[in-house]
Ligand binder design. Structure first.
Ligand SMILES: Cc1cc2nc3c(=O)[nH]c(=O)nc-3n(C[C@H](O)[C@H](O)[C@H](O)COP(=O)(O)OP(=O)(O)OC[C@H]3O[C@@H](n4cnc5c(N)ncnc54)[C@H](O)[C@@H]3O)c2cc1C
Length: 478
C-alpha cells in the first residue's frame, strides 16, 4: 500500500471516530438450528451491496453480504463491462455515505495527487473497480465471496432462510431481513428478441455476456441497439479485429439528450418515492421513451474505425442461419453477417432468477395495481415490483406469503417505486442510508419488548447519592 493510501486510511479512521461510527451492536444475538441468525443478509456485494453493508455496520447491525463472484470481481466493472471510462462525472460522491475520505476522489488524490485529479477526465473503468476493492477493505466489510444464493425462503416466524452453494457444497443461513442488491438485471436477465432463441448459441451474444471478443477477428458482426453497451460491444469487436461491425438501430436518429441526468437534483432523489403513482409512471415512462444516449467518447471509439457502419432506421425482422452465415432481414433490406451482439438491455423476468422462485408468484408488481393512461403503456414498467416504504416486496391481493415483507429490493427494477437511489453512482449513498435506517428501525420495533426490558434492567447510576445532603424544610416564619 502507498504512503498516500496509508495516510488516507488514518484520516478515514479519524472521521469515523469523530462521527462515532460504527455504533456498537445493539440487536440481540439469536440462534436458529445451530446457526447464528443475521440481522440482515445481503445478496450481492457490488457497489450497492457494499454501501448497504457499510451503512448497516455503522448502525450496529449484524450483516453479511454474499456474492457468487470471486473477491474483487463483483459486478460488471472488471468482468462484462467494456467501456474505457465510466459515464458518470468523476466528482460524484458515489457510495461514500457522506464521509469525505471514502470518496473516489479522496482515494485517487491520496495516490496520484491533486494535479492528476485536475487532469483526469473520466474515471477509467478498472480504476473504479480498484476503488471499490479498497472501499471494502478499508471498512473491513463482512463479505462472503464464492457464495451463490440459490433459494430465499421467508417464513412466518420472523426469519428468512437462505440456501446457498459454495465450492459445490450446499449451505444454509438465516437472517431476519434480506436485501437484494443484485444489480441492473437484478430481477431478471438479458432482454432478447424472440428470434434469438432459434439461432445457434455460437452465433450470438448479449452485450452482458462474458463473450470471447478475440474470436470475432475477421468476422462480420452486427450489433443490435444504440445505447452505451452497443457502442462498447461494437468498439471491442472492432479493436479485436472484426472485419466489419454494423450497428443496426431501429430509431431514425440516436438519442442525444440524457433526460434522467437533467432531472437530477436533491429533490428528485429524496422526493420521488413520495410522489403519487401517476407521477412516478409519467416520469419513468418519459425517461424510458426518450432513451439514454450513448456517451460521446464511446460513440467516437466506434466511429473512428473505417469498418464501423451506423445503420439508422433499420429494424431487424428475422434472422436465419443459412449458407454458413446469418441472413438478417431488416426493414431496409437484407444483410449477411457472421455474428450478432444483442445490446438490447435487461428485462424483469423472474424465471431467470431461480433464487426467487418461492416468492415470485406472490410479489405484487405495478400492473397488479396501476393502469397507466392510454398511450403510456410500458411493458417494462408494468413488471416492476411495487415496493413498500422499507423497499420491501408486498404481496399480491389475496396471496399469503408470510415473511415476504422481510425481503427488500435495492436494485435497478426498484426504480419505478423508489427513484434513482437504486444502484447508479449518483445516488447510491442515499439509497443505502435510507434502507439501513429503515432496517434499523424495523429491527428495533420488532424487538421492542427486549429493548424495553433492557431499559428496565439498566442500572448504571450517573450520580451516586453522595453529591448532596437532604435537609428538612426550614421552619416557617408564619
Ligand atoms: C456496463 C455497465 C456500465 C455502467 N456504467 C455506469 C456508470 O458509468 N455510472 C453509473 O452511475 N452507473 C453505471 N452502471 C449502472 C450501475 O452503476 C451498475 O450496474 C452497478 O454495477 C450497480 O451496482 P450493484 O451493486 O447494484 O450491482 P452489481 O454491481 O451488478 O452487483 C450485483 C452483485 O450481485 C451478485 N449476485 C447476483 N445474484 C446473486 C446470487 N444469487 N447469489 C450471490 N450473488 C449474486 C453478482 O455476482 C454481483 O456481484 C453501469 C452498468 C453497466 C452494466
Amino acid at each position: 500500500m502507498t504512503a498516500g493510501l496509508r495516510a488516507l486510511e488514518a484520516r478515514l479512521a479519524d472521521e469515523l471516530a469523530f462521527l462515532q461510527l460504527p455504533a456498537p451492536r445493539w440487536t440481540p444475538q439469536r440462534e436458529h438450528d445451530g446457526h447464528a441468525v443475521l440481522d440482515v443478509a445481503i445478496v450481492g456485494a457490488g457497489m450497492t451491496g457494499l454501501a448497504v453493508a457499510a451503512a448497516l455496520v455503522q448502525r450496529g447491525v449484524s450483516v453479511v453480504a454474499y456474492d457468487e463472484a470471486p473477491a474483487g470481481l463483483e459486478g460488471p466493472w472488471a468482468t462484462t463491462a467494456r467501456m474505457e471510462t465510466l459515464r458518470s462525472p468523476k466528482q460524484l460522491a458515489g457510495p461514500a455515505l457522506g464521509i469525505p475520505s471514502l470518496t473516489f476522489r479522496a482515494w485517487f488524490e491520496a495516490q496520484f495527487g491533486r494535479a492528476a485529479w485536475d487532469a483526469l477526465d473520466k474515471i477509467p473503468r478498472l480504476q473504479w473497480m480498484d476503488y471499490l476493492r479498497w472501499y471494502r477493505d478499508a471498512l473491513g466489510l463482512p463479505v462472503k465471496n464464492g457464495h451463490r444464493v440459490t433459494d430465499l425462503l421467508p417464513r412466518a416466524d420472523g426469519l428468512v432462510e437462505l440456501r446457498l452453494q459454495s465450492d459445490g457444497r450446499p449451505l444454509r443461513a438465516f437472517a431476519r431481513h434480506v436485501v437484494l442488491a443484485t444489480g441492473r438485471a437484478g430481477l431478471g436477465g438479458p432482454s432478447l428478441p424472440t428470434y434469438a432463441e432459434s439461432l445457434p448459441r455460437t452465433r450470438w451474444a448479449h452485450s452482458s455476456d462474458a463473450n470471447d471478443y478475440a474470436a470475432l477477428a475477421g468476422l462480420r458482426v452486427g450489433v443490435i441497439g444504440a445505447g452505451a453497451s452497443a457502442m462498447d460491444s461494437a468498439a471491442t469487436a472492432l479493436e479485436a479485429g472484426a472485419a466489419s461491425v454494423h450497428l443496426l438501430v431501429r430509431r431514425a436518429d440516436l438519442p442525444r439528450i440524457n433526460k434522467g441526468k437533467g432531472a437530477g437534483n436533491p429533490g428528485f432523489v429524496h422526493g420521488y418515492a413520495h410522489l403519487p403513482p401517476d407521477w412516478k409512471w409519467r416520469i419513468r415512462h418519459y425517461i424510458a421513451r426518450q432513451q439514454v444516449p450513448p456517451p460521446r467518447n464511446s460513440t467516437q471509439r466506434v466511429s473512428r474505425h473505417a469498418n464501423a457502419h451506423f445503420h439508422l432506421g433499420v429494424a431487424v425482422e428475422r434472422v436465419q442461419e443459412r449458407g454458413g452465415a446469418l441472413q438478417v432481414r431488416t426493414s431496409a433490406g437484407p444483410i449477411e453477417l457472421d455474428f450478432l451482439i444483442f445490446a438490447t438491455g435487461f428485462a424483469i423476468d423472474w424465471r431467470q432468477r431461480p433464487m426467487l422462485r418461492h416468492i415470485a408468484p406472490c410479489i405484487r408488481v405495478w400492473k397488479d395495481r396501476y393502469r397507466p393512461p392510454e398511450g403510456a403503456e410500458d411493458a417494462e414498467l408494468e413488471e416492476s415490483p411495487d415496493l413498500g416504504p422499507a423497499f420491501e416486496f408486498q404481496p399480491r391481493e389475496g396471496m399469503q406469503c408470510p415473511g415476504l415483507e422481510r425481503v427488500h429490493c435495492l436494485s435497478y427494477p426498484a426504480t419505478l417505486s423508489l427513484g434513482v437511489i437504486t444502484g447508479d453512482i449518483p445516488a447510491i449513498s442515499e439509497g443505502a442510508l435510507q434502507l439501513a435506517d429503515r432496517l434499523a428501525g424495523l429491527l428495533y420495533a420488532e424487538d421492542i419488548e427486549h429493548h424495553y426490558a433492557r431499559m428496565e434492567a439498566y442500572a448504571e447510576p450517573e450520580i451516586l447519592g453522595d453529591e448532596w445532603v437532604a435537609e428538612p424544610l426550614p421552619p416557617s416564619d408564619r
